[in-house]
Design a protein around this ligand. Structure first.
Ligand SMILES: [Zn+2]
Ligand SMILES: [Zn+2]
Length: 146
């Protein structure tokens, strides 16, 4: 939450109570969650909000670099590293966990490809699906049945 506050301050924005509540719900999930799920969770806590307020709060968190959008699912997850423009997202198909990996080599490759095309990249999000370490990773042993 402290890092979030700093990130907002750097942009001259405020981490309002609504943004804090939304961030708390997204941070409480290991999975990427959609805006409606955030809305539901807040409603269960007795915070009834208009969808548009939640969308705006999420957008503010995304633009501050605190939350990333998981593009292919239109869902959101908390960033622990503070990147904004470049993300390598690892999504587990078994448990739904979303994580990020260091990806300097990936983005260096993207830079050289885009450079050859005469293109100046501003941002890149690479999403990779598969199995996380606790769901089997390389060896596809059925760890927990059911
Ligand atoms: Zn990140
Ligand atoms: Zn998993």
């Amino acid at each position: 939450m402290e890092r979030a506050r700093e990130a907002f301050q750097m942009k001259g924005l405020k981490l309002t109570p609504l943004r804090q509540s939304v961030l708390r719900e997204i941070a409480a999930s290991h999975k990427a969650i959609g805006a409606y799920e955030v809305l539901d969770r807040l409603a269960r806590r007795g915070e009834r909000l208009a969808p548009i307020s939640v969308y705006r709060a999420i957008e503010a968190l995304v633009s501050a670099g605190i939350v990333h959008r998981f593009e292919s699912r239109n869902a959101f997850f908390v960033c622990h590293a503070g990147h904004q423009m470049r993300q390598l997202v690892l999504a587990c198909e078994a448990c739904g966990r979303v994580a990020e990996a260091d990806a300097d080599a990936v983005f260096a490759a993207i830079d050289s490809c885009t450079g050859r095309a005469g293109f100046a990249p501003k941002g890149a999000v690479v999403e990779v699906w598969g199995l996380c370490a606790s769901c089997g990773g390389e060896e596809r042993e059925p760890a927990h049945g059911g």
